[in-house]
Design a protein around this ligand. Structure first.
Ligand SMILES: CCCC/C=C/CC(=O)SCCNC(=O)CCNC(=O)[C@H](O)C(C)(C)COP(=O)(O)OP(=O)(O)OC[C@H]1O[C@@H](n2cnc3c(N)ncnc32)[C@H](O)[C@@H]1OP(=O)(O)O
Length: 292
């Protein structure tokens, strides 16, 4: 193949060679393919040093391994550059994130399942314990893993009233792992978390505001970003090290849970998701989404 490529390349600079099913060699004269859009975009404001991190995986920003991996690398990059803050939002007009990509969990080989979950764990930990202030500008629906990402930030501004947010796992017949529970309990307290999680209830933005699941409701994305910037600006005069250590201290339970239980948590996920009845449930749910 390498020899073929070299020979052909000399014929035309923009030639791409493909082998068809019949193994015949075909030559297409065409421009080089445009690189794929990044799954996550980052835009750092020169003046404030605040990064707007935009999930960009149409149509619904479902969280697959490559997206999670990109998000983790971006968070690490922001850490290395001593970021002043991060605003997490979506390029979609209606969906912040549809949560975990169910295709990653459906009929997947064990090595892929395992890579998916460990990437989710490490991305979540990077976000949850990040030293800089984090805000979710929730400009669309945020079910399940989408809600988890926003709960892992320090402040949530949501566009309302028509979008919804919540950890709906039980409605799907799956169980939110303990660190999802910790995240929700951090924000809602024990009683409301129990009520929300056992029912898998999704909340409209006004309901979420009343409950304290979000901190502010606005009418569009631009306002959400402005509110997020205002929240982050409050920390301009707080010494970053004191802030970081305090955040770590307040979030100690979740951080420690993940650090101490990564392997058990992976095992729990694998045991649950590979069960036949769970697979069947995910398949039916996916089919119902596609039928809509
Ligand atoms: C086992 C332990 C694991 C526990 C943890 C689980 C956490 C999770 O995050 S599980 C995922 C739960 N997510 C959901 O329940 C959300 C499902 N999606 C929706 O409710 C809706 O898609 C939406 C409200 C987010 C958006 O609605 P909209 O009308 O704009 O779009 P749709 O037509 O429904 O979807 C477009 C397209 O995307 C596919 N899709 C939607 N969500 C997911 C998903 N989470 N994973 C994979 N694919 C998804 C949907 O099937 C459509 O596909 P087609 O274009 O092929 O029809």
């Amino acid at each position: 193949m390498a020899v073929v490529f070299r020979t052909c390349k000399s014929l035309s600079k923009n030639a791409i060679f493909t082998r068809g099913i019949s193994s015949s060699l075909r030559l297409h004269s065409q421009k080089p393919p445009t690189p794929p859009e990044p799954l996550v975009n980052v835009d750092v404001d020169d003046k404030s040093g605040v990064a707007v991190v935009t999930l960009n995986r149409p149509p619904v920003n479902s969280l697959n391994t490559p997206l999670l991996s990109e998000l983790k690398n971006i968070i690490k990059g922001l850490e290395d550059n001593k970021s002043r803050g991060m605003i997490l939002t979506s390029s979609s007009e209606t969906v912040f994130s549809a949560g975990l990509d169910l295709m990653e969990m459906y009929n997947a080989p064990k090595d892929k399942l395992s890579a998916f979950w460990t990437t989710l764990q490490s991305t979540w930990l990077a976000l949850y314990r990040s030293s800089f202030p984090t805000v979710a500008a929730i400009n669309g629906h945020a079910p399940a893993g989408g809600c988890l990402l926003s709960l892992s930030c320090e402040y949530r501004v949501m566009v309302g009233p028509k979008f919804s947010i919540g950890l709906n796992e039980t409605q799907l017949g799956i169980v939110a792992p303990p660190w999802f529970v910790i995240c929700m309990r951090d924000v809602l307290g024990h009683r409301q978390t129990e009520m929300a999680l056992t029912s898998g209830r999704m909340f409209s933005a006004p309901e979420a505001l009343k409950l304290g699941l979000i901190d502010a409701m606005v009418t569009n994305k631009a306002e959400a970003i402005t509110e997020a910037q205002k929240f982050i600006a409050q920390f301009a005069k707080i010494p970053p090290l004191a802030r970081k250590l305090t955040k770590e201290s307040v979030r100690q339970e979740g951080i420690k849970y993940m650090e101490d239980n990564m392997i058990d948590d992976l095992q729990m996920f694998m045991d649950l998701v590979t069960q036949e009845k769970i697979q069947k449930g995910i398949g039916l749910y996916l089919a119902s989404l596609k039928k809509k």
